[in-house]
Design a protein around this ligand. Structure first.
Ligand code: SF4
Length: 275
């Protein structure tokens, strides 16, 4: 049984490891009530994770293993802090009035928030009761698990589409592409607001054909408000080393400005609003 602790404010770039050694495996979460969960950290003033000023909660657990991940310490629940839903909501309640005043809200990122479905659903529902705008950052890999109550509690989906090609997707993430595309189509059919996020990794996702495929897929979707091109960076490299993981991108440099601009232009030419 994990020990309840106090969730410390911090940053996505803090290393958190081994805090809940008795936690279940991330592929086997059986939490139907959502009264407790595992979190990495939270930030109180992000301007990059949705509209306005955001509180961002980074929850633990992810089934993907992206080669460029800057948060490998969120992959396993056992590395996170075991906290109560009430503690999270109490903390959020303290920020809610200023977040509302500044046109922001709550974003839950990770890890993959859908791994702890009931826990994150109840956090979103609590945030909505406070009058906050809510956003989730997700790979969509577990999108089939998302039910109507979850969809109703989330205002914006920051959907990471890492590739349009199943082979590339598997090479970069270790998983299948199909569930992500299926989730994107479902969100489109429900007209749920989406910002697509695309991580531009030299030698892995920067192929013009790869970008073209994503652009063609999302261009007809009227619910996609933005495509955000996120250049690869190495701020999480130290975590891989600390966790004893092999970081295969040690010799990969961030993409040149011209490549970033070329990719943004590719999305724009397909009819997307991109930045
Ligand atoms: S989906 Fe996100 S948290 Fe999971 S491995 Fe990929 S980059 Fe890391």
């Amino acid at each position: 049984m994990s020990i309840l602790r106090t969730l410390e404010a911090g940053s996505r770039y803090d290393l958190r490891a081994g805090l809940s050694p008795d936690a279940p495996d991330e592929s086997d979460v059986k939490d139907e009530e959502g009264s407790f969960g595992y979190c990495h950290s939270y930030e109180t003033s992000s301007r990059y994770d949705g509209p306005g000023l955001r509180a961002v909660l980074f929850v633990s657990g992810c089934l993907l293993r992206c080669s460029y991940c800057h948060n490998p310490d969120t992959w396993h629940l056992k590395d996170g802090t075991y906290v109560s839903l009430q503690q999270v909501l109490d903390r959020l309640g303290g920020f809610a009035p200023s977040l509302i005043k500044l046109g922001g809200g709550l974003t839950i990122s990770g890890g993959e928030p859908i791994v702890q479905l009931a826990f994150t659903r109840r956090i979103f529902q609590g945030a909505k009761e406070m009058g906050l705008h809510t956003a989730i950052e997700t790979s969509g890999f577990l999108g089939d698990r998302v039910d109507q109550a979850y969809l109703s509690a989330v205002d914006l989906f920051l959907l990471d589409i890492k590739s349009s090609n199943p082979d590339t997707y598997r090479r970069v993430t270790g998983r299948d592409l199909a569930p992500t595309l299926r989730f994107a189509e479902r969100l489109a059919s429900l007209s749920k607001p989406v910002w697509v996020r695309f991580t531009l990794v030299p030698g892995q996702t920067d192929d013009p054909e790869n970008v073209e495929g994503i652009a063609r897929f999302i261009a007809p979707m009227k619910n996609v408000e933005w495509v955000e091109v996120q250049p690869f960076h190495k701020m999480g490299e130290f975590k891989w080393k600390s966790l004893g993981l092999e970081y295969k991108l040690a010799n990969t440099e961030p993409p040149a400005k011209e490549v970033v601009n070329r990719v943004i232009e590719q999305f724009r030419s397909a009819g997307c609003r991109a930045r």
